[in-house]
Design a binder for this molecule. Structure first.
Ligand code: ATP
Ligand code: MG
Length: 208
């Protein structure tokens, strides 16, 4: 039996994951299957340049929820590169770090339609396209339009529609509404154990 000589195919799913939800997981699973990826690496950010105005949960909580959510899938892993580097997280740095860990691998950077629409404003976007093939996935409420990425550097993939966002999950927890089945069971329990997102409570006057 001869071993396949094809390079490893590595998917990279960057995100704040505050918290990780089934929209992220379905997107990664679908792209893994379409491109026969050997592995999809979830990379929680440290500080997202476009989320500077927003209070984000501590990175260790976001990292651990991502580990819990992905643990059962043999093709999913989680990387600490962005968290350990610290500072503002730029995708170009993520790609350089992962490329150094997997020399010779083909990288596929997975991004939802909302993030894709901004991609030309990202730091060193031209170099991003050199390092990785972009995979834009559909997301309810956002149009997967021409992002300006060179045609041969991007693929668009329709994934099962999951109208879920982390913002909505945080809001639901704050209001005492369930997040069961929007996020994995272990993540529901983790959120409760550490009392995350309770601060998103409605103002006291809302009860009067
Ligand atoms: P927030 O509401 O806090 O911005 P989010 O749900 O958008 O959270 P992020 O961590 O910002 O989640 O997203 C990480 C990546 O996952 C982005 O590329 C985003 O477009 C993609 N993504 C998030 N939710 C979905 C979804 N429901 N379907 C497809 N892609 C998604
Ligand atoms: Mg987002």
């Amino acid at each position: 039996m001869t071993l396949s000589a094809r390079p490893l195919r590595i998917g990279i799913m960057g995100g704040t994951f505050d918290p990780i939800h089934h929209g992220h997981l379905v997107a990664a699973s679908e792209v893994q299957n379409v491109f026969a990826l050997d592995e999809v690496i979830f990379v929680p950010t440290w500080a997202q340049p476009f989320k500077k105005e927003r209070k984000v949960s501590p990175a260790e909580h976001r990292y651990l929820m991502t580990v819990i959510a992905t643990a059962s899938n043999p093709r999913f892993t989680v990387s600490r590169v962005d968290i350990d580097r610290g500072g503002t997280t730029y995708t170009i740095d993520t790609l350089h770090d992962i490329a150094a860990e997997y020399p010779g691998a083909e990288l596929y950077f997975i991004t939802g339609a909302d993030a894709l629409a901004q991609i030309l404003t990202w730091k060193d976007s031209e170099e991003i396209f050199d390092l990785a093939h972009l995979v834009g996935v559909t997301r309810p409420g956002h149009v997967l339009s021409d992002s300006g990425v060179p045609r041969d550097r991007i693929s668009l993939v329709e994934v099962p529609a999951m109208a879920i966002s982390s913002t909505d999950c945080r809001q639901r927890v704050g209001e005492g509404a369930p997040v069961w089945y929007l996020v994995p069971d272990g993540v529901v329990q983790y959120i409760r154990k550490y009392g995350l997102y309770r601060m998103a409570l409605r103002p006291a006057s809302a009860t009067s």
